[in-house]
Design a protein around this ligand. Sequence first.
Ligand SMILES: C[S@@+](CC[C@H](N)C(=O)[O-])C[C@H]1O[C@@H](n2cnc3c(N)ncnc32)[C@H](O)[C@@H]1O
Length: 384
Amino acid sequence: MPNFRFIDLFAGIGGFHIAMSQLGGECVFASEIDKFAAETYKQNFNIDSLNDIRTVDALSIPPHDVLCAGFPCQSFSKAGKQGGFDDTRGTLFFDIKRILAVHKPKYIVLENVRNLVSHDKGRTWKIISKTLKDLGYIITEKPIIVSPHQIGVPQLRERVYILGVHKDFTNCKKICLSVPKAKKNLLSGKSILNGTSDPKYHISDYEEYVLNAWNDFINGIDTKVLGFPIWAKEFAQNTDISQFPKWKQNFILKNRELYVRNRTFIDGWLNRYNHLKDFVPTHTKFEWQAGYDISSVWEGIIQFRPSGIRVKRPTEFPALVAMVHIPIVGWKKRRLTPREVANLQSFPDDFKVNANPQQAFKQFGNAVNVKVVKTLAQQLFEQT
Ligand SMILES: C[S@@+](CC[C@H](N)C(=O)[O-])C[C@H]1O[C@@H](n2cnc3c(N)ncnc32)[C@H](O)[C@@H]1O
């Protein structure tokens, strides 16, 4: 579909913008309430996106063929009760609805978090799909759930995509979008690394000490594939655990059994690492999520999370949401740089990344993956 016009709502730093431009579109309006994200948007696309969509008169928005929106997930329960007949009133989805009602663009391309589907016992999805159908849009019966790793980008990030075409512009009765499945073993975390020697990304001596300890541990016990988190504080314990919920009791018992089976090794390990007295308490918890694919912590992708340290396969970067837990590239002993995070979100090399790394991480964490949007939208445009 060459030379089409699109609008970019909840625009962030423009994941949709890039995908639509690559498909031949021109942006005629963008909306973003966060001034730092709007700053990045302006630097890249020379469009002033800073506004609150709730205060924008739909008639002031130029005509367009595609409406894009990665809108925040909100509950409709309250809105329904307060607003009488309109379930969507008072939510940001209501703003999408009122713009669609005025402009009736041919296509919609929406994105949301994975749990939109189950949110409020499925009611949120029901209201969204009914609202879109009432406005004349043909959408896929079920929401489409896609993660970048399915199309060759080494990031696990399941998101819901809602794509639709207005029935007045097509003879199509149904849209079927399929997601090509990339083979997991062809993915490579290395493909997104750019290489940096800036010491500010390097892990600290303390982090290296803790990770060396866990590397010794995982190589010393009788199996790597445990299926439960390791909680070192439970080793050699036999306190009463009946007050804990069942799932927690189960984990504790498994840790105690692991200790009994590997007692000689674990006692030596605890001695070597000063009984973990120098560890921050959350770092005494460890999750190995790499199966038998790698044999060392230093071959994996590592995250220091509030629930403990997690190691994943080098092909799978975790979803970039909580950017405080920036993944560590084990074999480089450093955290990802903003540019590498941009690669994980399939932003092009010439994208101007916000100069403040904390803002940049947050912005990419909120963004939509460019390649996923492009892949799905291209199919929609070709089919209808
Ligand atoms: C999930 S992010 C979307 C990111 C975007 N798709 C991208 O690729 O960068 C949702 C965005 O909606 C913005 N937002 C929230 N309320 C808004 C409002 N009332 N008007 C405009 N933008 C809003 C947030 O600041 C946030 O950047």
